[in-house]
Design a protein around this ligand. Structure first.
Ligand SMILES: Cc1cc2nc3c(=O)[nH]c(=O)nc-3n(C[C@H](O)[C@H](O)[C@H](O)COP(=O)(O)OP(=O)(O)OC[C@H]3O[C@@H](n4cnc5c(N)ncnc54)[C@H](O)[C@@H]3O)c2cc1C
Length: 383
């Protein structure tokens, strides 16, 4: 256990993406003195470059059933505590003739295990609503997928962090972390070229794809599998619901509405640099080909924008090339490598950011002998 202190510990959270903001929110709700440090604006990393889905979990039901169940529980919690940031549009999993027939049964069974409600809809009914969809789809299943609006989510998270006394420093980059006798006791931040020292009792590293770089500042190792994903926005609303291919999750298999636009994606490619963000012409070509299988008239819609982001996934021990890299999160306690008050939280998804935060703050509490239970799933100060 970390040294005993008389008042609540001062905790620094590094990284103001969904994970870091979720951690800071959970900390302030439990009464910790909290400073969130973000090198850009809140959400300016991967969190603003996602597909924007509050996942029902159905996508991962077959390949990672426990993560799928987490997604559905979190989808329900987030839509209750932050309804203004969520649109419960619903989703469809549709089977084309080149999607494996036996996947459907596995999909339905695994959704049941994960307690994700599914309902088969007659193809004719689906095509009345989703007019751009390939008329040759064979089967369709409704799932409770939803959309999440990152900008609204970050506004709500920031308001709540501040309302409970937390401090948020944006455009402050952590450039070094200092240690005394196995305890991280301060950080140095750089803001407009000016460096400032901030003391603390504990640190949670939530720097997403940059978590390894941040850990290196204090000679710690964090092994991530960075996968870059890109997608494409089409003008016009092609779909009313989030439409997924009914097959093992892969590249090129989801279209969802986004205001007056539609987002198609994404890809997945292992990268070694978290700052890799340019979309290549060959990727755009493949994305359009993939979209055309599900939406034969896609070329009538002018594509005007691509986006890409880097997923901070936990490096798996064994990689199965036929399956997606696992999405479940990990909280690393750096005590094993000599640093007692430093945790890293990585992996997961935007959908599960609250749960990741709960897990990290529980583990931090154990270190300080603080047993205040989590309330981030019930608190809704701003509604
Ligand atoms: C293409 C794509 C599509 C996706 N689609 C979905 C989806 O539909 N639904 C879903 O649930 N998930 C989705 N995800 C996953 C999800 O976006 C990520 O898991 C999540 O956003 C990661 O959040 P994070 O806070 O961990 O990382 P980030 O959002 O990257 O936050 C880390 C922050 O740390 C900051 N930082 C880094 N270094 C420092 C430093 N030295 N000092 C201070 N700050 C620092 C960065 O500026 C950044 O803002 C998708 C991901 C990708 C790439």
């Amino acid at each position: 256990m970390v040294k005993t202190i008389n008042s609540m510990p001062r905790i620094i959270v590094i990284g103001g993406g969904a994970t870091g903001c979720g951690v800071a929110r959970d900390l302030v709700l439990r009464g910790y003195k909290t400073i969130l440090v973000e090198s850009g604006n809140l959400g300016s990393g991967t969190s603003s470059r996602s597909h924007g889905m509050l996942q029902s979990g159905a996508r991962y039901a077959v390949t990672e059933t426990s993560f799928a169940a987490e997604c559905y529980r979190e989808r329900n919690i987030i839509s209750k505590i932050f309804p203004k940031a969520v649109n419960l549009i619903g989703g469809l999993f549709v089977r084309l003739s080149n999607d494996p027939e036996d996947y459907v049964e596995k999909f339905l069974q695994c959704c049941e295990v994960a307690e994700i409600p599914t309902r088969e809809i007659q193809v004719g009914e689906v095509l009345k609503i989703e007019r751009e969809l390939n008329k040759n789809i064979l089967r369709a299943f409704h799932v409770p997928d939803a959309l999440i609006y990152p900008k609204k989510l970050f506004d709500l998270l920031a308001k709540e962090i501040r309302a409970y006394g937390g401090k948020i420093l944006t455009n402050h980059q952590v450039v070094s972390i200092k240690e005394t006798n196995g305890v991280a006791d301060s950080i140095v931040v750089s803001h407009n070229g000016v460096k400032t020292n901030i003391e603390c009792d504990g640190i949670i590293n939530a720097a997403g794809p940059w978590a390894s770089k941040v850990a290196k500042l204090i000679n710690q190792n964090v092994e991530l599998e960075l996968t870059r994903g890109c997608g494409i926005f089409f003008t016009g609303q092609l779909v009313k619901k989030a439409i997924n291919r009914c097959r093992i999750p892969n590249s090129n298999d989801i279209m969802c509405p986004s205001g007056e636009e539609s987002l198609w994606g994404t890809t997945s490619e292992v990268v070694y640099n978290p700052d890799t963000s340019v979309t290549r012409p060959d990727e755009i070509k493949k994305l359009i080909q993939g979209a055309q299988e599900l939406f034969p008239n896609i070329r009538n819609y002018k594509s005007f924008r691509t986006w890409s982001g880097v997923r901070p996934l936990v490096k798996p021990k064994n990689i199965n090339k036929n399956l997606p890299i696992p999405r479940s999160h990990l909280v690393i306690d750096h005590k094993k490598s000599g640093l007692d008050n430093f945790l890293t939280v990585c992996g997961g998804a935007l959908t599960t950011h609250r749960l990741m935060a709960e897990d990290a703050v529980n583990k931090l509490g154990n270190k300080f002998g603080i047993n205040i239970s989590c309330s981030s799933h019930i608190t809704s100060l701003l509604n």
